[in-house]
Design a protein around this ligand. Structure first.
Ligand code: GRF
Length: 202
């Protein structure tokens, strides 16, 4: 299954997907698109001869025009799935609709808790005993789409945002390749009822 990944930063989740592909996972990264030219993830892609594109949001006066150019870049690779891997832009409803049921995001919290930014610090401040990460289908509501898969980690008494983020990230690197593989195998769909459906292994 051809997959296009959207990134903005270091791309460690992208790296986990690349590593899974190298180990024979049933998907192929067809392209990596970043809204920042200096995203380290672009370097990871280049190292593995994955085509890259940069689309700077600063060159666009509004979200609609940025998103329509982004869709054009994505569609040139005819992906079966779009994965957001640390892509730090809010997407328009039109863009989200276009990829309905074929776009996923990974978010560093146990959704529906802690949508948005600074999730690790917020989990610590809230006195949570557990924190984690979620993979979900993308819907118009930010970090609000139907959850496919979650991983939980304990919050330790001496954690700061950084130590907790590192513990969560380790789990993210297992979650994302798993969810993308399920989708690529045709075992996972977003149902008409708005819930993810996972078939038993054939
Ligand atoms: C991850 O924590 C992911 O959950 C969030 O952004 C971060 C991206 O990290 N959406 P990386 O670029 O994959 O290293």
């Amino acid at each position: 299954l051809p997959v296009v990944a959207l990134i903005s930063g270091s791309g460690t989740n992208l790296q986990a997907l690349i590593d899974a592909q190298l180990r024979g996972a049933p998907f192929r990264l067809a392209a990596v698109i970043s809204n920042r030219a200096d995203a380290l993830g672009l370097e990871r892609a280049r190292r593995h001869d994955i085509p890259t594109r940069v689309l700077s949001h600063r060159d666009y006066s509004d979200r609609e025009s940025f998103d329509s150019k982004l869709a054009e870049l994505i569609d040139a690779f005819t992906p079966g799935l779009v994965v957001l891997a640390g892509f730090m832009r809010i997407l328009t409803a039109g863009f989200v609709d276009r990829y309905q049921g074929r776009m996923m995001n990974i978010h560093p919290s146990l959704l529906p808790k802690f949508r948005g930014l600074h999730t690790h610090q917020r989990a610590i401040d809230a006195g949570e005993a557990e924190h984690g990460a979620s993979v979900h289908f993308v819907t118009a509501e930010l970090d609000g789409g139907p959850v496919i898969l979650q991983a939980r980690v304990p919050v330790q008494p001496d954690d700061d945002a950084e130590s907790l983020a590192a513990r969560v990230l380790e789990r993210e690197h297992l979650l994302y390749p798993t969810a993308v593989s399920w989708f690529a195998e045709g075992r996972l769909q977003l149902g008409e009822d708005g819930h993810p459906h996972l078939d038993a292994r054939p």
